[in-house]
Design a protein around this ligand. Structure first.
Ligand SMILES: [Zn+2]
Length: 121
């Protein structure tokens, strides 16, 4: 399984995750991030690899034929990498959670105050 390494935007720690995982948790600060798949980085890497493979194999092809082979390789690469990772969406779920907790606390205080006012009348 392919392992992807990214840096945590919060603490700079390593975020290691496997292709296919939806969430990643920072080992250092425990923040959770959603993983987004789009494959753009992998595509550029794969077309580079295809070029290297052609050159390494020392295939002496006419330029047009070589171009067609690269096109075919890129096409298959595109199909193969539809489920690979290039970008982590920085969704700070913890901050959202804290915000919601604060909101419900405020709501609770407000309602308690309303009830107290009601009773005093
Ligand atoms: Zn972190």
């Amino acid at each position: 399984m392919k392992i992807i390494e990214k840096k945590c935007p919060n603490c700079g720690g390593n975020l290691d995750f496997k292709v296919g995982e939806r969430d990643v948790v920072c080992k250092s600060c425990r923040r959770k991030y959603a993983v987004q798949y789009d494959g753009i980085d992998d595509l550029s890497q794969l077309s580079e690899k295809a070029m290297e493979a052609l050159e390494a194999a020392d295939i002496s092809l006419k330029p047009v034929r070589k171009f067609i082979i690269i096109l075919v390789l890129v096409f298959f690469s595109l199909a193969a990498i539809s489920a690979t990772i290039s970008v982590i969406t920085m969704v700070n779920r913890r901050a959202e959670f804290d915000r919601k907790v604060k909101e419900s606390e405020e709501e609770f205080d407000r309602r308690t105050q309303e009830m107290l006012d009601e009773v005093r009348r």
